[in-house]
Design a protein around this ligand. Structure first.
Ligand code: PMP
Length: 360
């Protein structure tokens, strides 16, 4: 017997969440944070105004029903409000869905490498992770993921576009996968970067969940809408699944300020989507620049690109630091770099050119 309180055994197994490093300010050079897949544009003035207005109410708890935001999302997506569940970022939804659907030792299947919060959420719930390696081109190996499903599997996470490797699954691939998944397994399609997808046969998430009782989408205001600091994510799925997420949610999690910012952003969606379009153009420009420099990345469909660098990953991250761009290294594997300000993107392409020729 130990004399102090002991957390559950699973707690000591939880891997750390390594947040993207902020840049160290330098007198000689503007530095850029390309390590967290954030949107480089600040919230629109109207969004700031709405959020500031809501600050006046902060002596009160927020609207627990998140009414205005549920109504705005319902109108945008054309789905009933009871098909939605809001949370403090879509990362909270990942935790909640493991909590709601998994008993200890139940299995959660996901691709690897993928979003680093998955192992954390699964381990914290004392569930088991079943990680299926991504293909050499960074895409999900959906055949292998389907084959990994057992009677103990409760959830499969499909991250599309996949963070950090970049590619997205097609509707045909997802349909073929869903046809193989037994009905007791919840398939979560993590669409954190969905607004950046430009491909033939993209997934239509709403149509997909509408046709399946076991499919749930997760989305976020953090990326395309540029509200990462406000912490708002949402799930879309059949009412019983969305209801389960709401049941385990923290009361009053999404603040009044965050609700106001999200609603104001939806009211200004065309302007925000123009910014997304500009980032997509920049992504294309970077991919072309990298190819000209002699480096091919897996097809990026989010607001980031992936460099497979193996043992040279930390060296690359260091070289990036030196030119004032902070990237996100995964030691021994590769580096993920967010598409951001034009100048930052230029520096990335130049750096990779030098890296390829060995001059850096
Ligand atoms: N899913 C994926 C694939 C992500 O990359 C992220 C953020 N890095 C999230 C979910 C969570 O985003 P948030 O909690 O800010 O909504």
């Amino acid at each position: 017997m130990t004399s102090s309180p002991q957390p559950r055994a699973a707690v000591s197994q939880i891997p750390p969440y390594v947040a993207g490093k902020p840049p160290v300010p330098r007198p000689d050079l503007t530095t850029y944070k390309l390590s967290s897949n954030e949107n480089p544009y600040p919230p629109l003035p109207g969004v700031v105004e709405a959020a500031c207005g809501a600050v006046q109410t902060m002596n009160r708890y927020p609207d627990m029903g998140n009414t205005a935001l549920y109504d705005a999302l319902s109108a945008k997506l054309g789905v009933p409000t009871d098909h939605l569940a809001l949370a403090t970022g879509s990362v909270a939804l990942i935790y909640q869905l493991v909590q709601a659907f998994c008993d200890p030792d139940d299995e959660v299947v996901f691709a690897w490498r993928s979003f680093e919060a998955y192992p954390i959420a699964v381990t914290a719930a004392a569930a088991r992770m079943v990680r299926v390696p991504v293909l050499a081109d960074g895409r999900h190996d959906l055949d292998a993921m389907a084959a990994a499903i057992t009677e103990r599997t409760k959830v499969v996470l499909v991250c599309t576009p996949n963070n950090p490797t970049g590619p997205a699954v097609t509707q045909a691939e997802l349909d073929a996968f869903l046809a193989k998944v037994p009905p007791h397994v919840l398939v979560v399609v993590d669409e954190a970067y969905v607004e950046f997808v430009r491909m033939t046969d993209p997934v239509d998430g709403v149509a997909t969940y509408s046709a399946h009782d076991n499919v749930l989408l997760t989305r976020t205001f953090s990326k395309a809408y540029g509200l990462a600091g406000f912490r708002v994510g949402y799930a879309v799925g059949p009412a019983p699944l969305a209801g389960a997420l709401r049941a385990v949610s923290l009361p009053f999690g999404v603040s009044a300020v965050a609700q106001a910012a999200a609603v104001a952003s939806l009211e200004r969606e065309p302007e925000l989507l123009e910014r997304v379009e500009a980032l997509v153009k920049e992504r294309d420009r970077v991919v072309t620049g990298l190819a000209e420099a002699g480096w091919t990345v897996p097809e990026p469909q989010g607001n980031f690109v992936w460099f497979e660098l193996g043992e040279r990953t930390l060296e690359f991250a260091q070289a990036a630091d030196e030119v004032g761009i902070v990237v996100r290294p995964f030691a021994g594997e590769g580096a993920r770099v967010t598409i951001a300000e034009d100048e930052a993107n230029d520096r990335l392409v130049t750096l990779v050119g030098e890296w390829v020729t060995g001059s850096r």
